[in-house]
Design a protein around this ligand. Sequence first.
Ligand code: ADP
Length: 461
Amino acid sequence: MSSRWIDRLRHALGFRLALWYAVIFVVSSLAVTGLTYFLLASSLQQRDREIIENSLTEYVRSYREGGLAALSRTIANDQAAGRREGLFVRVLGQHEQLTFLSMPGPPSEFDLGRLQTPGWGIAPSRRQNIVLEVASVQLADGTLIQVGKSTESREVLLQRFRDVAGLVTLTVVLIALVGGTVLTRSALRPVDHLIEAVRGVTRTGRMDARVPVRQTGDAVDELSGLFNLMLARIEALVEGMRGALDNVAHDLRTPMARLRGIAETALGETRTPDDYREALADCLEESDRIVTMLEVLMDISEAETGTMRLERRPTEIAAVVRDAVELYRDVAEDRQLTIHEDLPPALSVVGDPARLRQVLTNLLDNAIKYTPPGGRIEVTARQDGPDVVVSVADSGTGVPPGDLPRIWERLYRGDASRSERGLGLGLSLVRAVVHAHGGKVAVESTPGEGSVFTIHLPSGN
Ligand code: ADP
């Protein structure tokens, strides 16, 4: 993924978020303003209609009681008292003779031509964008009494509301845009840091970049923390693999030189066919040794760097130990050694049975190699707190105190061990595999009396 592409995506994402934020903000404020406007307009209309209806009822009663004269008096009283100002009141006689009793504005203002029927009617203004709302009642004698009210005052109020709402909406849009941009920027800042870190890693190949964690506890913060953890893990793995590769290359140099030496010596001068055969057999043996060594070195490196594939499952330790002991029973008998077991059942660990068997066979192999004939080997297992502890004790040569810290090192072989077969890798593999299982190893040894190798493994119970 090119950095320009990431940049574009980031900006597009930031822009889209800000835009969405602004759109939602503006749309919701428009909806609220619109609803308020609608409610205000309809309640104003409702109020006007109530005034018209009440006035009409009263004027009809007045007309019925005393005719046109009484109605005129009522209207004059209303006007003198400052009530029902600005009302349109008209009486349409039987023979269509007109009597205007009250009229808001000049008579020519509204087009009254279509107001000839009872019920609600509307007369549009000839000058402005307003109307005259009129309610009419027809009396038994055919007289039509009409009361109306201009929407002008209502319109003035609504126009003012529209002006204010427009101003408010403009302010809201500005706030939404600025707020959206600020919020998006601050929300995307951790993402920017992530991108910076990824860029650094891809550009330099170095894994020591870290993203600042703000300790806010939100999802992005958690992602940053996990990202740092992942980088640390990858860094450790890469370092481990690099070290392992160096070690393997270094450790193979000696046997490779030995192999080359055998071939060089054989080719150095003319020899008999038997000499060549012997040299070839040595080469073969040495190359087998190298292959075995390479395999074990790779196993150790994988276990140490945490890349060893372990098929972990609940495993009964007694069964694993018994399998390993059975493998060595005959060899031990040949060397006149006795193997004793003290293995309580139902001791279980979560681990890879094949790898654990390999640990046990390595320890037994050593015990047999370094114990003189007539000796005794004892394998025991026990529960110790959260651990299962397995010990392999022998009555062998023991390890000199000075050698004890070094026996776990790769390729280390004690001086007294040179006569025995071995690569000096057995204990390194034991330690690496036990550590990969979350356990630990220990040794106690007294030269001339014997050694006790102990492994602690987290219990599976
Ligand atoms: P190897 O046995 O191939 O030499 P290991 O890594 O298994 O390599 O052991 C390293 C060294 O530790 C041995 O060379 C030996 O000196 C010492 N050692 C290991 N196990 C025992 C034992 N049971 N008794 C005495 N010495 C031992």
